[in-house]
Design a protein around this ligand. Structure first.
Ligand code: GYE
Length: 341
């Protein structure tokens, strides 16, 4: 067993030193299943590299994997918490390759930094499935990606805002917008910001008067919103958009502390992403205008991909998008009872 491991890392080292970038012609990586070195059971060994615990969305997403890839259903799930560190995530992939798991699911914090690790996985014959955010690696180096259309989510947010202004005969108003963004380099951030900006730019009288990164966390959002409120007169703010619900909750705390009124029962229009149960509560309470759903239930889609690969089928697509809706303060009370995360 040790011999095999040494041989594997020797190959990895030689490829690494030679700076060899393999460019297979196939669209899908050819997977030569290596004999499992570490496991002596009938389970399918799935390594999951998670981002961390930055949000309610993430908790729901981790639970979903844990409820899907259970021993009863034939899986041994090795869950690795990336602890919000991209370096730790890359190291986790190397560890899983060394353990010779059957599949690696990676939910990357950022898109960059994955080339080498993904190539090693391919060399070792371990299929990599990317979920949630994406990786900036040739798509023939991993099996498939599944997750949300973040750009579309950004567009939906502005569509909602346009409709709301029109319903209230406010479509010609000049708007000052504050934007709270997620991690730099994360697909969820670049996609949502891209969609938002594309649609905001169409309005000559709309302006982003402040924007800040709060890494998708509530605490950081509260801090940056407090700073923004120190620098910008709250009366000048018409809309706050946060790229996830937790950052909006943080921003709300900052606004409450300064007695700034917001939400459908206040002044500032508030829009965020994810549609957590807590967001539904805020919509029902007249604090949040709208939340653009981001579906955290990705495990079923990942499992479908794995099952196809197990049957030896070729995947027809590289990208598997998940369905999502838009909720607002007008329809929230109708849907809140179905929201369990
Ligand atoms: O919106 C946010 C989270 O990548 C879709 O990351 C995910 C985002 C989600 O922590 O709450």
């Amino acid at each position: 067993m040790r011999k095999k491991i040494i041989m594997f890392w020797l190959v990895v080292l030689i490829f690494g030193l030679a700076g060899c970038s393999m460019q297979p012609e196939e669209k899908e990586p050819e997977i030569v299943r290596s004999e499992s070195l570490e496991f002596d059971d009938d389970f399918l060994h799935i390594g999951l590299i998670q981002t961390g615990k930055e949000s309610g969305w993430r908790d729901a997403n981790s639970n979903d994997y844990q409820e899907t890839f259970t021993k009863e259903r034939g899986y041994d799930l090795i869950y690795i918490d990336g602890n919000s560190s991209p370096e730790r995530q890359v190291k986790a992939m190397q560890d899983l390759i060394r353990q010779q798991v059957d599949y690696i699911i990676v939910q990357p914090i950022v898109e960059y930094g994955w080339d080498e690790a993904v190539e090693f996985a391919q060399e070792a014959g371990i299929p990599v499935i990317v979920a949630d955010r994406q990786i900036a690696v040739d798509s023939d180096k991993y099996m498939a990606w599944t997750g949300s259309d973040f750009y579309e989510e950004g567009c939906k947010a502005i569509q909602w805002l346009e409709d709301y202004l029109e319903e209230n005969d406010r479509q010609d108003e000049a708007l000052n917008i504050v934007l709270l963004e997620g991690n730099e380099g994360a697909t969820a951030t670049t996609g949502r910001t891209g969609g938002l900006m594309k649609r905001i730019e169409k309005h000559g009288n709309w302006k982003i008067i402040a924007s800040a990164c709060a890494n998708f966390t509530q605490g950081e959002a509260q801090t940056v919103m407090e700073q923004i409120l120190n620098e910008v007169d709250p009366d000048q703010i018409d809309v706050v958009i946060a790229e996830n619900d937790n950052m909006m909750f943080g921003a709300m705390k900052a606004m409450e502390r300064k007695n700034v009124s917001f939400g459908p029962e206040g002044d500032i229009i508030t829009i965020s992403f994810d549609a957590l149960r807590e967001a539904f509560e805020k919509m029902v309470d007249g604090k949040l205008h709208a939340s653009i759903e981001c579906n955290p239930h990705l495990a079923a889609s990942v499992e479908k991909i794995i099952k196809k690969l197990e049957r030896g089928e070729k995947l027809k697509k590289k990208c598997y998008y998940i369905e999502e809706k838009v909720y607002d303060f007008k329809n929230a009370s109708q849907y809140i009872k179905d929201r369990n995360y």
